[in-house]
Design a protein around this ligand. Structure first.
Ligand SMILES: NC(=O)C1=CN([C@@H]2O[C@H](COP(=O)(O)OP(=O)(O)OC[C@H]3O[C@@H](n4cnc5c(N)ncnc54)[C@H](O)[C@@H]3O)[C@@H](O)[C@H]2O)[C@@H](O)CC1
Ligand SMILES: Nc1ncnc2c1ncn2[C@@H]1O[C@H](COP(=O)(O)OP(=O)(O)O)[C@@H](O)[C@H]1O
Length: 282
């Protein structure tokens, strides 16, 4: 990677150091769907691990725990009974991802509401967004500037129907971030990342191989993993979108979401080398 072309967030990327331990490196929680819908949380949690969160917990409804137990290794399984039990991780952990394959029933809304009340930085994706389609203001009222919403255009339309009328996607995302009071990642071939303070970045076109189920769940886990490492939400979203596209480009045709988390390390390796060279040149 040419040092002159390195992304500006590279200077703020959370590399571990000699004093780092797994807890100080960033603790991420991912909330799983029910027993028939655990795959999305697995994709997100693995992506969070790969991007550097040192401690990853998968919070699973009790019925889903037997499904997850045999397939999680370094990630920790945390079964829960009802939504109120999510208050503890939402306070203790650095970041949480909720929404992928969560479900859209009242108990799922209660889960999202519980997590919104905690101190952890949040990535709200998929069903966590659609659950608020009838009352988006109830979501916006509870968000913090370090939270991130990751809608595709269909989900964006549910939360911000009046913004869909026209204008460039960058302008839609900017207005959405201002209204929501948090970072908005409007996904697509060119993903727009907008901050409530007015910063906006439009990504370079990403490989269309990403148009396959589950790649957004991986992106949510990547953003969550960087938030857990205390990266600023706008930088975390920009970095994750960039690394996600680079990883997809490395695989090319035939990509499925399962491939993506394990493609993160070589991309990080290139960034690490570029950061070292930049440091030596400084
Ligand atoms: N392995 C898994 O368990 C996976 C679970 N998933 C879950 O499956 C459920 C349905 O996910 P969907 O994303 O289909 O959500 P939705 O069913 O909420 O949205 C899809 C609808 O939005 C419209 N739409 C408009 N623009 C779109 C765009 N740019 N990208 C995608 N859809 C667009 C589509 O035409 C479709 O009508 C969610 O719970 C989701 O989290 C998916 O994330 C895929 C992987
Ligand atoms: N045509 C495309 N070109 C490049 N990237 C795409 C394209 N279509 C989708 N993507 C990317 O793939 C991901 C899909 O996310 P999403 O729609 O939430 O899927 P899922 O919910 O199935 O994980 C997003 O990161 C999006 O930017």
């Amino acid at each position: 990677m040419d040092v002159k072309q390195t992304p500006d967030w590279l200077d703020r990327f959370p590399w571990p150091g000699a004093e780092t331990h797994k807890h100080s490196r960033g603790r991420l929680g991912v909330v799983s769907g029910g027993p028939w819908a655990t795959g999305a949380a697995r994709l997100a949690s693995r992506a969070g691990q790969r991007i550097g969160a040192g401690w990853v917990e998968v919070w699973a409804p009790e019925a889903a725990a037997p499904v997850l137990a045999p397939v999680l290794e370094a990630a920790l399984l945390r079964p829960f009974g009802d939504a109120a039990e999510l208050a503890e991780p939402a306070e203790r952990l650095d970041a949480m991802v909720i929404g992928p394959a969560l479900g859209r029933r009242p108990e799922h809304l209660a889960m999202v509401e519980t997590v919104l009340a905690g101190a952890a930085a949040l990535v709200l994706d998929a069903d966590a967004l659609s659950l608020f389609s009838q009352w988006p203001e109830a979501l916006f009222d509870r968000l913090s500037p370090n939270d991130v919403l990751t809608p595709h255009l269909g989900e964006f339309d549910r939360l911000f129907p009046d913004l869909m009328g026209g204008g460039h996607r960058a302008d839609l995302a900017r207005r959405a971030a201002e209204r929501a009071g948090c970072v908005v990642v409007l996904k697509g071939n060119q993903t727009v990342i907008a901050s409530p303070d007015g910063r906006v970045e439009v990504s370079a076109p990403a490989p269309a191989w990403l148009a396959t189920a589950g790649t957004g769940d991986v992106l949510a886990g990547m953003i969550g993993g960087l938030l857990a490492q205390k990266m600023d939400a706008f930088d975390a979203a920009r970095a994750a979108v960039w690394i996600h596209a680079q990883a997809a480009g490395r695989f090319g045709p035939g990509l499925i979401a399962e491939d993506l988390p394990d493609l993160i390390p070589p991309v990080l390796g290139g960034l690490w080398q570029a950061a070292q060279r930049k440091g030596e040149g400084a």
